[in-house]
Design a protein around this ligand. Structure first.
Ligand code: ASP
Length: 330
């Protein structure tokens, strides 16, 4: 009798599913994170209404991306949907709310990457594209190239049936004021919110695929066709199903020099660091040591999210199928 009981106990232990095993019918984890730029963003620098407006648009973008994932859509579609909403908002430095260059025009950069295939698309210095992220995606899906710039990129857009918008579509009074200030040398005014303000999204879908997207107007008062990290695969954007998906924001030159996004992926892949550790090492370590300001959002295959920045604030949000939903600024 005792022996029978012991036998049954052993069988029961052997057959029991491990604790971490997915319950029957439970859907795989989905996860998304977004950012709307990092920089000198302090509580004192924003009115309550301004803060509310930022939170509202971040929330709309986050939920739009999450809805795509929840209905079984791909991480690529999710990051595209989220970034498009942030590009259409006048609050962020991308699409509609893009900053002005020294010459008083808006030159936009964007990139997108598919972690499953390592395919990527990007555009740089475009001036008549309402949603540069859509064009980056077309470059990835319908051209043999990764990065198209300036007029050539817009010619490609026209060939693909995309409508161009006039430059004044991107005019916002606030950005114009920022340019005026920058031109008089007051470039890093502490009261300046959204001096940076690039937008980005990273996501994990039900199929276990990762994707990342980033879009920006670059830096106020930029000159000479300056291009930052946002359209540079490996610097501002990276996605690899073997490690993680990353979108960065901050002083682009430093992200290019540290190949920041790819560095995070490499630390996970080759040194076995966890997502959070890898993001911290790059943002608080390598970047900071050489004077790079900014932050990253990242997601790994398990749906873990890292929101790491070395500035006072970063407009950000994260949502996953475990019930997490958060929007943060400071
Ligand atoms: N990284 C962007 C750039 O250097 C700026 C930003 O993130 O706001 O163009």
């Amino acid at each position: 009798m005792l022996r029978d009981t012991a036998f049954l106990l052993v069988v029961a232990i052997l057959l029991a599913p491990p604790e971490h095993a997915m319950a029957a019918g439970e859907a795989p984890m989905i996860s998304i994170a977004i950012h709307g730029g990092a920089g000198v963003i302090t509580r004192g620098s924003m009115t309550r209404d301004e803060e509310e407006a930022y939170r509202k648009d971040l929330g709309r973008a986050l939920d739009a991306g999450y809805d795509v994932l929840e209905s079984g859509g791909s991480s690529l579609d999710a990051v595209t949907a989220a970034v498009r909403i942030l590009e259409d908002s006048p609050l962020f430095n991308a699409g509609r709310g893009a900053v002005f260059s020294h010459e008083g025009i808006n030159e936009l950069d964007a990139s997108i990457m598919d972690g499953r295939t390592l395919e990527a698309g990007a555009v740089a210095g475009v001036t008549h594209i309402r949603n540069p992220i859509d064009l980056a995606r077309l470059v990835m899906e319908r051209s043999q190239h990764v990065l198209l710039a300036g007029e050539g990129a817009e010619e490609f857009a026209l060939e693909q049936g995309m409508e161009l918008v006039p430059q004044n579509y991107f005019f916002t009074e606030r950005r114009w004021q920022q340019l005026e200030k920058a031109r008089t040398g007051d470039r890093y005014s502490a009261a300046e919110i959204g001096y940076y303000g690039t937008v980005g999204a990273v996501a994990l879908d039900r199929q276990g695929n990762l994707a990342a997207a980033t879009s920006t107007g670059g830096m106020t008062n930029k000159r000479w066709g300056r291009i930052g990290d946002s359209p540079i695969i490996g610097a501002g954007t990276y996605a690899d199903n073997d490690s993680c998906a990353i979108s960065a924001t901050g002083s682009g030159e430093f992200f290019i020099r540290t190949v920041a996004a790819h560095e995070i992926s490499a630390l996970m892949k080759y040194r076995g660091l966890a997502l959070g550790e890898a993001a911290r090492e790059v943002v608080q370590g390598r970047l900071k040591r050489i004077g790079g300001d900014g932050g990253v959002i990242a997601v790994d295959r398990a749906g873990n999210v890292a929101l790491e920045f070395n500035t006072e604030g970063m407009f950000r949000g994260a949502r996953d199928s475990k019930g997490r939903r958060e929007i943060g600024i400071y």
